[in-house]
Design a protein around this ligand. Structure first.
Ligand code: ATP
Ligand code: MG
Length: 488
């Protein structure tokens, strides 16, 4: 069996292939699915292309696959989709596309497989595997996509200037694949991206967002932003980030290039967490710097309140890109606003109350804030860097200690030894000790509700089994009982 045949040797492909055979049709799996299959990457969806109506093949395949499979038809696109065991199967008829300079939408007509392959954006996305029984597993690779896949190269099958001008989203897709897969962009393709960057204005923000999120989720997101900067695409995607680039010098004093610093922080964070919003926090943490930048002879360059100003800029950016405006955005704002707090903390003395204040402020985002604060130490001075990181270890330790203490308090039983002595009319001694120890154990293990009544019921029951009689009416009134002081 050929190598490719083996890759698709699954009942689903044989079944749909046979359905196509019965209709006298050519059918293939195609595009991103074939690319990911050859790379050994998982895919969420499978694209099928057939010469003829994709909708008909989808309907017939659904019948062959089972009784209850629902087919969703997108008539105006000539496509149909069905969900099969958690995978989206997408069916489309082969088509040719031609673009009119004055319109954003292509003219779409029925076409051959070769024409369908030629309209695809990159050679690595322009391969198909046949699923008809007589040619099962035959690879169609008209543009040497396999060689480019092996060499790790992104290249357009046709003239790159036409490809990018026709649909400028492809510029961003090239950046995304380079970042996601760690591939290089072929020089002639890269130059055409730069030449056509201005076409980005016709793109809907929604489409930009999807690619941006894939770049942000990549192992090393900086690759994408450097490419966007170099090709002149960044102003159309995130002008606020582009504004951070460059170094100004006065009287021999410069500041760091905040664009490249930001990218270093972003990669540091990405190495520590896959949480996309913490990564956004890293990308935007210094976004307020260009607007707050000031020079004075005494202090040199300053960026007063850039964290507050930056956090106020986040909603505008999120709204523009169509990113979620709820919890996710609030987390990013919080990270931007607080990103300097941990470092201020380690510069002062790390007291319990300072740690607790920060923890209360950051709430459930404290760990991510600490990841960002550590990532923000990009000093080239290794000794200084080491010292900061060691101080962060002390803060981490303190956070853990304070948390453990607070947790301990949260699970403290609702009654204490004095209550037990009063309720059972007992002097201090072994029996009170036993009752207290058991009450503490069940409270900590959450075996009883954390209420006063639950503690009373538990003690009455345990007391009876120990031959003791308890009377809750003898308990001191909790409202008048002096509170035991807890240390801080
Ligand atoms: P992923 O699924 O990881 O986002 P993909 O390449 O599979 O990446 P899809 O949107 O699933 O992207 O598209 C499937 C295929 O359709 C692509 O591999 C490519 O062949 C083709 N395609 C998608 N978008 C474009 C486009 N803008 N221009 C040309 N071809 C495209
Ligand atoms: Mg895909």
């Amino acid at each position: 069996m050929s190598e490719y045949k083996q890759l698709i040797d699954k009942p689903i492909f044989h079944t749909i292939g046979r359905v196509a055979d019965g209709m006298g049709r050519e059918a293939y799996v195609v595009g991103g699915f074939v690319r990911d299959l050859l790379l050994g990457r998982p895919s969420k969806d499978i694209d099928f292309v057939t010469v003829g109506s994709g909708i008909d093949l989808a309907r017939a395949s659904a019948r062959a696959l089972g009784q209850h499979i629902k087919v969703t038809v997108f008539k105006s696109f000539g496509t149909a989709r069905l969900a099969w065991h958690g995978t989206e199967l997408e069916f489309v008829g082969a088509r040719r596309e031609s673009y009119d300079r004055n319109s954003r939408n292509p003219i779409v007509e029925d076409g051959t497989l070769d024409e369908d392959i030629a309209r695809r954006d990159f050679t690595i996305n322009a391969m198909a595997l046949c699923i008809n029984a007589d040619r099962f597993g035959a690879l169609v690779d008209n543009y040497n996509g396999l060689d480019d896949l092996k060499a790790g190269i992104i290249r357009t099958p046709l003239d790159p200037d036409i490809t990018f001008s026709d649909d400028p989203l492809r510029i961003l897709r090239a950046v995304r694949f380079a970042t996601q897969l760690g591939f290089r962009i072929a020089p002639e393709t890269l130059m055409a991206m730069a030449r056509n960057a201005g076409r980005m204005t016709i793109l809907a923000h929604e489409r930009i967002k999807d690619e941006l999120q894939k770049i942000m989720a990549s192992p090393k997101p900086s690759i994408g932003f450097v490419l966007m900067m170099k090709t002149g695409v960044l102003p159309y995607v995130l002008p606020e980030l582009e504004a951070m680039s460059g170094v100004e010098t006065r009287h021999g004093r410069g500041h760091k290039d905040n664009f490249y610093h930001t990218l270093e922080v972003l990669d540091n964070v990405a190495a520590r967490t896959s949480d996309i919003w913490t990564r956004w926090g890293a990308l935007l943490h210094d976004i307020g710097k260009p607007v707050t930048k000031q020079w004075d002879a005494k202090n040199g360059w300053t960026f007063h309140n850039h964290n507050f100003v930056g956090s106020k800029m986040v909603p505008r950016i999120f709204r523009r890109l169509g990113l979620p405006l709820g919890e996710e955005m609030r987390k990013v704002q919080k990270l931007v606003e607080l990103h300097m707090r941990p470092i201020a903390l380690v510069e002062d003395e790390v007291t319990d109350s300072a740690v607790r204040r920060l923890a209360n402020y950051a709430e459930e985002d404290l760990e991510d804030l600490m990841i960002l604060a550590r990532a923000d130490i990009t000093s080239k001075n290794l000794e200084k860097k080491q010292r900061f990181l060691e101080n962060f270890d002390i803060v981490d330790e303190k956070i853990r200690a304070v948390r453990a203490l607070d947790l301990d308090r949260a699970f403290r039983p609702a009654l204490d030894g004095f209550d037990i002595m009063a309720m059972f009319g007992l002097p201090q001694g072994r029996e009170v000790g036993t009752l207290m120890k058991e009450l503490t154990r069940v409270s900590k293990d959450c075996e009883i509700e954390p209420t006063r009544q639950a503690a009373i019921d538990f003690l009455l029951d345990l007391g009876t089994r120990m031959g003791l009689h308890g009377d809750p009416s003898l308990l001191p009134d909790p409202a008048t009982k002096p509170k035991k002081k807890t240390s801080n």
